[in-house]
Structure formats: C-alpha cells, structure tokens
Write a protein that binds this ligand. Structure first.
Ligand SMILES: Nc1ncnc2c1ncn2[C@@H]1O[C@H](COP(=O)(O)OP(=O)(O)OP(=O)(O)O)[C@@H](O)[C@H]1O
Length: 259
C-alpha cells in the first residue's frame, strides 16, 4: 500500500532524507520514530504528494505519487503535524466541506459524516467554531477530516500531540479499529507511544533509516541482553548514527556531509 524506494530529499544544500526505502502492506500499523529534525515529516509529506522527492520513487496503493498524484490522493488520508483547519467555520460545516472537497455528496456524505463524528467523538462540539475548540478537539477534528473519504492509507504526523492521557488511550483503540484493510504510518518521537500501538517500527535519524524492525523481535533482543526497549533503540540509533554525539545532535547533516 505504501512503497518508498531509495528516496532522497534535499532542501537547498541540506540533506533532509537520505536514500530511505520501506514498504507497508494492508493491515499494518507502523510507527515512524525519530528525534526532532530526523526527517519524519519530510518523508510523510513526500508520501502524501505534498512535496516532490529530489530522487527516488514513492507509490500509494500502486499509484506513483508524482505521475498519478490525483489517484494517490484519493487513497490517502493525511493528518499533518500542524493541521490547518478553517478556524472560523463550525465543526460540522468544516467536516461537510471537507467531505464535498473529497467528492462525497448525498447519502454517502451523510453516512461518512455520521461515522467520523461518532468515531472521533465530536458530538459535543459540532456547533462550535473550530477556533473555539481545545487542542485535543482540534486534533480529533483534523483526524476526522483525514478519514472522511474512508482512505486505505493513513499518514498521521505526531497524531497524539495535544491529547490528554485518556484521549491517547482512546486514540490507540481507535487506530486498532481502523487497521484492518488499511496501511497506517504515524510519526512520533516517543518510543513508549509507538510501542503501545504498533507491531513494527521504522527508526530514522539525520535523514537515514536506521532500523525497520518488529517490536516483538526488539523486545526479545532487549530481554536477551537484560536491557529495556528504550535502551536497545538508543543503542541502535547511536551505533548506526556514528556514535552518541552524532545521534544526539540529530537533524539533517548540513550540506549532506558524512555522519
Ligand atoms: N521547508 C524546509 N526548508 C529547509 N529545511 C527544512 C524544511 N523542512 C524541514 N527542513 C529540515 O529538514 C530536516 C528534517 O525535518 P523534518 O521536519 O522532516 O523532521 P521531523 O523528524 O519531522 O522533526 P519534528 O519531529 O521536529 O517535526 C530538519 O533538519 C529540518 O530543519
């Protein structure tokens, strides 16, 4: 459902993403883990067709994101890190607008609106203006908008940002409900959050994919060595980033120089 092949992205002379490849199939929920500036949002923006890669190729549900962007977008739901909502619209009007923008109308639009409102627990704020809603609600409104057309591929950039602990638990349950038949990739810089939701993680640092592993395998490795999961992942990042200093420095390498 998501195919990323040898993708590189430069912003001017800065190398933000460096030869990254991975695939996600239907039914997979995968955590995209990395520190600030690691390149997570840049990869998600490229998959979502927002940003062209400098080199490499990306496909969504079989469609090339550059040559078949419209077809790819139909299959995609994307919750950006700073989700831009129409602040002065009422929540229900905003969701209806997003549904229409996705080509929905009549009974199908009504059915999808009912579903996202119930699934994202938005009943209490439907008549409020978006800018009157709390951060947690705004995040849920963004999620509802990204799901309105029932996409098979879901990209969520730091989706739990702004949610309180109860909402985080509800979000986890919701992602599990959504998973069958979909590929879901969500970014975070918190391992425990990713570990609670996913079976597989991709670890990125300084634009490079350092690990693509099943969490059960990582847990088994950690247990074998008598260390916890956080320590193991930190060691992988340090070892593959060229030492602790380089790992902690994070971010892209200016000019794309060697790590
Ligand atoms: N529009 C841009 N122009 C120039 N550099 C950029 C731009 N967007 C991102 N970068 C740089 O590319 C690198 C990767 O950024 P990106 O936002 O993809 O990281 P991230 O892992 O999503 O970080 P965060 O968790 O802080 O959002 C960083 O060094 C960042 O400063």
């Amino acid at each position: 459902m998501i195919e990323v092949e040898h993708v590189t992205k430069r912003y001017g002379s800065a190398l933000a993403v460096d030869d990254v490849s991975f695939r996600l199939g239907a039914g997979e929920v995968v955590g995209f883990l990395g520190p600030n500036g690691a390149g997570k949002s840049t990869v998600l923006k490229m998959i979502s067709t927002w940003l062209p890669p400098t080199s490499g190729s990306l496909r969504v549900a079989g469609f090339d994101v550059e040559r078949e962007a419209l077809e790819a977008r139909r299959e995609l739901g994307y919750l950006p890190e700073h989700n831009a909502l129409y602040d002065t619209m009422r929540v229900f009007d905003f969701l209806r607008f997003m549904g229409k923008a996705r080509g929905l109308f009549g009974p199908r639009l009504a059915e999808r609106l009912d579903w996202v409102v119930a699934s994202c627990s938005l009943q209490d704020v439907l008549r409020q203006r978006v800018n009157q809603c709390s951060k947690g609600y705004r995040q849920r409104i963004g999620l509802a908008a990204s799901l309105i057309h029932d996409p098979r591929v879901l990209l969520l950039d730091e989706p739990t940002h702004g949610l309180d602990p109860l909402q985080v638990v509800a979000f986890r349950d919701f992602i599990h409900e959504l998973a069958p038949g979909r590929a879901i990739l969500f970014s975070s810089h918190i391992l425990s959050e990713v570990a609670a939701i996913c079976e597989r993680i991709l670890v990125i640092n300084r634009g490079r994919l350092l690990a693509d592993a099943k969490l059960d395998d990582l847990r088994a490795q950690a247990a074998e060595r008598g260390i916890d999961l956080e320590r193991l992942v930190l060691e992988i990042v340090e070892e593959r980033s060229g030492g602790r200093e380089a790992a902690l420095r994070g971010g892209a390498r200016p000019g794309g120089g060697a790590a």
